[in-house]
Design a protein around this ligand. Structure first.
Ligand code: FAD
Length: 547
């Protein structure tokens, strides 16, 4: 069997290696239009920032080494120009010699990835405006830093690549402005988590320009002037344009394959032509939670799909792809932010009913030195408690918590699974009831009616209709409290109940939601009807106020 793979990085090379491990007989050719194969896309920002010092560390495999080990004909610098499905041939251009030739196939795998969006804004062709996808892009940016010693940079786009570039350019000593058209960075998380990222970025000296759209660019004595819709102008030595990616669908479209936002594939990752499979950033697939078509630009899914598609080609279609939950993590200075499943805003847009809780557990036992706070938001269905999504920010333990919840979501798990999930525990690593258990416990309290929660945005809308009760200590309240709230420390609540009005909606808060939960339980058992625990407590409130 002769198998051709278009695209020689994450998905394509994963497929090539697996194909060879399954079949010594298959003829395998990989076409990669770039100069390099198997490079570490995800490591590129860290090379630019100087964290990864040696550029050769980014090249995981060379065509020659891969050929030696796997007997795969890897042709870097060769672009597939078109597919002839009837003749089962691809037309290829050797970019160095400009020779155009054809190659036949029995099976074809499309793994062409996604390209950075670069809308045709006036002035965008300025030499100091960069996008980042390939090693070539990376070396261009790095050489610019080394040769021109820039002092300032604007990063346009607050997604993971924009955030990583902001961190790394700041690490290289540049003063950074980050411009985002939306009111928050990292759109895959909800605002309560995003505000923590904003705080973290500002503390590191990064200037945030939110809710403002970049309209055009111009040159000013070799610098880039960026014009925003608000009328603001930002002058910097360079601009990193990182506003997202678009699946590479052109080859597939021109060949008449079914294409939506990405190349359409079935559960075996087969396109509308049974001899052509497609994987990675280029495809669209059903989101397991919404049931709607979804594109995800993530290395994990691309690599796993590469392996799966090789199995399906060699062993017949047996492996079914279940879709991705968009589980992702990003490091932003000392902070880790991770997400899985659906955010509240997506659930709202999809009109999927949900409940949510926000908790602030420690990363490990509080009495063992070095524990840090995790902010964890869990979203779940209000009926059977099916987990719909989770997001977390903190320093340690964030990725572990989200990985566990992701595993449960992919198995249709519920919040009750989280209450009994068994983790390895010793004080330096976790708490006896860890963050995931705690999220499950609070969610269980909500579903069983033991606890009603309310979010700060809803409280703000209710205004005077809600009585705010702060159950932190007097000392904590001296450092700041919500205007109009009454402070009754939790330990005094039973004797000062007379100060809490009957017949009103009451929202109780403390630092992070644990003491207020105890207060809510006291009030409910004393006959107060409408008592709510304010999600995330004063910690979430103060982060929102910082905006
Ligand atoms: P790619 O790995 O992009 O490979 C596609 C290849 O196909 C490209 O090299 C392209 O040149 C080639 N190609 C396209 N068309 C043709 C053609 N006609 N002929 C020949 N060759 C062609 N994901 C994460 O999960 N975590 C991260 O931390 C992370 N960080 C990232 C950081 C950066 C800077 C970037 C750019 C991406 C990052 N990603 C991350 C995303 C991740 O790299 C991609 O999701 C993954 O590489 C997709 O794999 P793929 O095989 O679909 O595409």
């Amino acid at each position: 069997m002769k198998i051709i793979i278009v695209g020689g990085v994450a998905g394509g090379m994963s497929a090539a290696a697996r194909l060879r491990r399954l079949s010594e007989e298959a003829e395998i050719i990989v076409f990669e239009k770039g100069e390099h194969i198997s490079f570490a896309n995800c490591g590129l920002p860290y090379y630019i920032g100087g964290v990864i010092k040696d550029r050769t560390a980014l090249i995981i495999q060379t065509p020659a080494a891969f050929r030696r080990r796997f007997q795969v004909d890897v042709r870097a610098g060769n672009e597939v120009l078109s597919l002839d499905r009837a003749a089962k041939k691809v037309k290829v251009k050797d970019l160095a010699s400009e020779r155009i030739y054809e190659e036949s196939y029995d099976k074809l795998i499309l793994a062409p990835g996604a390209e950075p969006l670069r809308p045709s804004l006036p002035g965008i062709e300025h030499a100091n405006i960069f996008t980042l996808r390939t090693l070539g892009d990376t070396f261009k940016i790095k050489d610019f830093l080394d040769n021109h010693k820039p002092k300032t940079a604007l990063v346009v786009g607050g997604g993971p690549i924009g955030l990583e570039m902001a961190e790394n350019l700041a690490g290289a000593g540049l003063q950074i402005t980050l411009a985002e058209a939306l009111p928050q960075v990292m759109n895959t998380v909800d605002f309560e988590i995003a505000v923590l990222i904003h705080k973290n970025l500002r503390e590191r000296g990064i200037v945030l320009s939110l809710s403002d759209v970049v309209k055009s660019f111009a040159d000013k004595a070799g610098k880039v002037v960026t014009f925003l819709a608000s009328g603001r102008e930002i002058v910097t030595d360079l601009v990193i344009f990182a506003v997202g990616v678009r699946p590479e669908t052109q080859l597939a479209e021109e060949a008449g394959l079914a294409v939506g936002r990405g190349i359409s594939v079935n559960e075996f990752l087969q396109t509308s032509d049974e001899d052509i499979y497609a994987i990675g950033d280029a495809i669209e697939f059903m989101n397991p939670l919404t049931g709607k078509k979804y594109v995800a630009a993530l290395a994990g899914p691309a690599n796993k799909q590469g392996r799966m598609v090789a199995d399906n080609i060699v062993e017949g279609n047996k492996k079914k792809y279940r879709g991705t939950l968009g589980t992702a993590v990003v490091k932003i200075f000392a902070m880790t932010v991770a997400v899985t499943g659906l955010a509240a805003k997506v659930l709202d847009a999809e009109q999927i009913p949900y409940e949510s809780v926000i908790i602030h557990p420690g990363s490990h036992a509080g009495y063992y030195p070095g524990a840090t706070t995790i902010t964890l938001k869990l979203l779940f269905s209000p009926t059977e408690g099916k987990i719909l999504g989770a997001q977390a920010a903190g320093v340690e333990g964030v990725d572990r918590s989200i990985d566990v919840i992701s595993a449960y979501i992919s198995r249709q798990g519920t919040i009750y699974d989280l209450t009994s999930y068994e983790h390895c525990y010793a004080p330096p690593f976790a708490s006896a009831k860890d963050a995931v258990n705690m999220a499950g416990f609070v969610a269980e309290n909500v579903l069983s009616g033991k606890l009603k929660t309310i979010n700060w945005d809803k409280v703000a809308l209710l205004g005077d209709a809600v009585f705010l009760l702060d159950v932190r200590t007097v000392e904590e309240c001296r450092r700041g409290m919500v205007s109009g709230a009454l402070n009754i420390p939790l330990d005094d609540l039973r004797v000062r109940l007379g100060e809490v009005p009957q017949g009103r909606k009451i929202a109780v808060y403390c630092g992070v939601g644990i003491r207020s939960y105890a207060a809510v339980r006291i009030l409910m058992q004393k006959g107060y009807g409408e008592v709510y625990n304010l999600s995330g407590g004063f910690m979430t409130y103060s982060s929102l106020q910082d905006q």
